[in-house]
Design a protein around this ligand. Structure first.
Ligand code: COA
Ligand code: AMP
Length: 656
């Protein structure tokens, strides 16, 4: 891509910093535009900035039509493999284009116009990819909601994004059980309109509206044989139309791509913040397309005709960027896997997939590797398969501990690459840029800042800290293309959430340090976000759910160390004065409450009942000390503690 002969990381990074306009305009040539941008950055309303302000394009045309026109119509675009049902299906670029164009017609026929929101609540099946690209085709803004969230989380997202249509299917499949989606959607809608005949569940994050005010008009349901529930039979109480995917397709006309401004929103993806209310990260069309196309070549070294498999879920940002958009924007083959790293049927699942699809690059999360290690420490399964096609294993989503890194890196014939990013950025902030030049690996570090990102470490007051010293990781503004331009709900919300704590910088919420060679080390979060099996959760949200139990007086949820999942949520509760309830019963009820309101993905099981929570004299709960005690780390009794004996009681309770 670079016109220079020196393809070195140092050179590319320096260019991106010194000549960002030139750097990103050059990168924009990776995309086919209806109207090519003449400018890269619009910073006239800084700190709010926009990329490629005069460019117009369509992302679905770049992901599909473009490759068919270039002669790749017969190449597999999407290979679907369900370890849950045993079914497999491949779509060539021409076939996927056909499916997407038709489903875009279904959306149109159901009243979806440019700028309208569409909620997508689908399992890891091809319909998810089709629905996302169909939205992109007509300029509708999709908001994918992860299948492991329960009704309350769904309701909060629906109320914020105000979709007119929800696209779903009968449900998802988890080992040993199916998850029926239609009753969950019905419950979420009932929460929003306060229909007590359907739900009496806790709805503190939702302000009830009338059925007339409800944005949702239609729910499009793809019937799945493996899970009960179809639009044809479903008898919903809340006044929305439930229509069948196949019935709608039979009537649909294919729709072509509409020309969109680079700055138009492509999607909203909700992510956990400090409070129980998730933040709607907005992604634009042009900046995102350019950033992903650039990353495919320069970070992942994946090009047209290559196979990339990202073993994540379309409900997370990793799935948006590297199951759906990234590989297709590069003309590669993407693999969609419905299953787990272990148990479906065994710890050889990943290696089977690599062999079967001749995967060049696999992208997963450290927790999945730890799960494989626990089941198959000697990697007997790896030896059963031919994994010679694999050129790199990329990991992200949580800190890659050095033990896991060494274990998998020693076993594989190819490099293991840690890289660090967030829902907000949409692509890696720090990585080993293999496509430019593979850099030496330092275990424990996701390597170096990616071109476009100026990473700095500051103390609580925003002053730079010395190399090697831990502090808040911040990114100097402007953020590169692909990163969030704003939050759904407005620029002010974006500014106050991310840009105010350290003026001129975006606060990542992570802490860490830089070493003498400029390598980044990410150590953990500075806020109340925890990371359970690579899934980002808000302790505030879990506390909100627990607070709904009538016996509970006070609650604190903290993230404690977990060998498999990295972290897990642990709840500490006190009871209302005079309450008598069997503790085992209480724990069961609290676990069920979180499962019902937040969802099974919270994997919430640990509850400790205390007489009192440890607090400072001003009433602040001593979460850090609690976490240190729970993790068995040495701790100092804080000078401001109200009553030190509470800590002794906590230790005793945890010891059991
Ligand atoms: N729909 C419904 N339920 C879901 C779900 C979904 N899409 N995804 C997960 N769940 C449920 C699981 O069934 C489980 O329920 P259970 O309590 O009844 O067992 C619960 O949520 C917790 O799931 P999970 O965190 O996946 O734990 P697990 O014990 O089932 O599996 C791992 C452990 C490590 C194998 C698994 O967490 C994993 O594969 N992680 C990879 C994470 C990842 O790819 N993250 C993306 C970021 S890059
Ligand atoms: P999410 O928005 O769900 O992708 O979660 C982003 C958060 O996960 C980051 O802010 C980090 O706390 C953590 N994270 C992601 N990737 C890494 C990594 N490679 N190393 C350390 N932490 C990571």
């Amino acid at each position: 891509m670079s016109t220079t002969t020196t393809r070195s990381y140092t050179h590319e990074y320096a260019r991106s910093m010194e000549h960002p306009e030139e750097f990103w305009l050059e990168a924009s040539a990776l995309i086919e535009w209806d109207h090519a941008p003449t400018r890269a950055l619009d910073d006239s309303a800084a700190p709010i900035t926009r990329w490629f302000p005069d460019g117009t394009l369509n992302v679905s045309a770049n992901a599909l039509d473009r490759w068919v026109a270039a002669g790749r119509g017969d190449q597999v675009a999407l290979a679907y493999d369900s370890a849950m049902t045993g079914s497999k299906r491949s779509f060539t670029y021409a076939e996927l284009l056909h499916e997407v164009s038709l489903f875009a017609g279904v959306l149109r026929a159901n009243g979806v116009a440019k700028g309208d929101r569409v909620a997508i609540y689908l399992p890891m099946t091809p319909e998810a990819v089709i629905a996302m690209l169909a939205c992109a085709r007509i300029g509708a803004v999709h908001s994918v909601i992860f299948g492991g969230f329960a009704a309350n989380e769904l309701a909060v997202r629906i109320q914020d994004a105000e979709p007119t249509v929800i696209v779903t299917s009968s449900g998802g499949l988890e080992p040993g059980r199916s998850v029926e989606y239609l009753p969950i959607i019905e419950r979420a809608l009932a929460m929003i309109v306060g229909d007590r005949s359907v739900t009496d569940a806790a709805t503190s994050s939702i302000s009830v509206i009338t059925e007339d005010e409800l944005s949702v008009e239609t729910v499009i349901v793809r019937n799945r044989e493996a899970v009960a529930g179809s639009a044809r039979e479903f008898d919903g109480h809340v006044g929305v139309r439930w229509v069948d995917w196949e019935d709608e397709l039979a009537k649909a006309e294919p729709v072509g791509p509409v020309e969109l401004a680079a700055t138009d929103p492509l999607y909203i993806l909700y992510t956990s913040g400090t409070t129980g209310t998730p933040k709607g990260v907005v992604r634009d069309n042009g900046g995102y397309a350019v950033a992903l196309a650039w990353s495919m070549a320069n970070i992942y070294d994946v090009h047209a005709g290559d196979v990339m498999w990202t073993a994540s879920d379309v409900g997370w940002v990793v799935g948006h960027s590297y199951i759906v958009y990234g590989p297709l924007l590069a003309g590669a083959t993407t693999v969609l896997y419905e299953g787990k790293p272990i148990g479906t049927p065994d710890a050889g699942a990943f290696w089977r997939m690599v062999e079967e699809y001749r995967v060049k690059v696999l992208f997963s999360a450290p927790t999945a590797i730890r799960a494989i290690r626990r089941e198959d420490p000697g990697l007997e399964h790896l030896r059963r398969y031919d994994t010679s096609s694999l050129e790199a294993l990329f990991l992200a989503g949580e800190r890659l501990d050095t033990e896991t890194y060494h274990w998998i890196n020693d076993a594989l014939h190819c490099p293991v690459v840690d890289h660090w990013w967030q829902t907000e950025t949409g692509w890696a902030i720090a990585a080993n840029p293999r496509g430019i030049e593979p850099l030496p690996v330092k275990p424990g570090s996701p390597t170096v800042p990616v071109p476009g990102y100026r990473v700095a470490i500051v103390d609580g007051k925003g002053n730079p800290v010395k190399t090697g010293k831990e502090g808040n990781i911040v990114l100097e503004l402007p953020l590169p293309p692909g990163s969030l331009p704003t939050l759904w709900g407005g620029d002010e919300k974006y500014i106050s959430s991310y840009l105010t704590a350290f003026p001129g910088h975006y606060a990542t919420g992570d802490s860490g340090y830089l070493d003498d060679d400029g390598y980044v080390y990410v150590m953990g979060r500075t806020d109340d976000v925890i990371n359970v099996a690579g899934h980002r959760l808000s302790t505030g949200g879990l506390e909100e759910a627990l607070n709904h139990h009538p016996a509970i007086a006070e609650v604190a949820v903290i993230g404690v160390k977990d060998e498999l999942k990295g972290q897990r949520a642990a709840g500490f509760v006190t009871l209302k004065h005079g309450t008598t309830i069997d503790h085992d019963v209480l724990v069961k009820e609290l676990v069920a409450l979180v499962r019902e309101t937040v969802g099974p993905v919270a994997a919430f099981r640990d509850v400790t009942v205390l007489e009192r929570l440890p607090k400072t004299r001003s009433g602040k709960i001593l979460r850090k000390t609690m976490r240190q005690i729970a993790d068995g780390e040495p701790y100092k009794v804080p000078a401001t503690i109200e009553d030190p004996t509470v800590l002794t009681a906590l230790e005793a309770a945890l010891r059991g």
